[in-house]
Design a protein around this ligand. Sequence first.
Ligand code: GDP
Ligand code: MG
Length: 191
Amino acid sequence: MTILLPGDAMVALVGIAGSGKSTFAQAHFAPTEILSSDEFRGQSASEDAFALLHAALRLRLRRGRLTVVDATNVEEWGRRQLLDIAGQERRAAVAIVLDLPVEVCLERLGGRGARPVPPHAVRRQHRELHGSLPTLGAEGFRTVYVIESAAEADAARIERAPRGSAGHNAMSRRNRARRDDARSSNRHRNA
Ligand code: GDP
Ligand code: MG
C-alpha cells in the first residue's frame, strides 16, 4: 500500500494497544514528527499529557509541519479534538488505522513489560475501533488507510505530496478502493 500524505498533514494513527503504532511511526517518520501520548505521559501528569500533545500539534501544524499523533485514537471524542485542531490550522487530516487481529495484539503485549494494558481494556479498545471504522471519513479525515496485518504494515510506503497540494487526488486506484472499503467516502469534502 502506498500512503500518500500532504506534506503539512495531521496524521492520526488509530489502533489498539499492541497494534504496532509506535513501531510504524518510528519506521516511517522522523522522531520530531511524532507526538506520542506515551511520551507525554512519561514526562507529565497524565491529565496534562494530552493538553501538551494538543498544544504541540497545533504549533507544528501552524508552521506547516507534518505531524503524526501516536495514540490509540479509538474513541471518537479523542479524534474530534485532533480534527478540530487540524481544521483550525487548515491542514488535511489523514488516518492510518492499524486494524490487526486483537489476538495478535494481546500476544504481543504479553511480552511487553512496562505499562501493561489489561486484556479487557484491549478488547474494549477493539470494540471501539470497530464501531468507529465505518464513519472515520465522515468525521473529517480526508483519507483513511486501513492496514490489517503485520505484513501489510511492513510493506506500506509513505509518499509525501508537496505542502498544500491536493495530494489525495493522485491516490492510486487501489488505495481509493481501500478507502471506500473503510466506508470513509467523504466525497463532498474531497471534491
Ligand atoms: P503500539 O502499542 O500500537 O504502539 O504497538 P508497538 O509499536 O509498541 O508494538 C507492540 C509490540 O508489537 C512490540 O513488541 C513490537 O515490537 C511488536 N510489533 C510491532 N509491529 C510489529 C510487526 O510488524 N511485526 C511483529 N512481528 N511485531 C511487531
Ligand atoms: Mg505505542
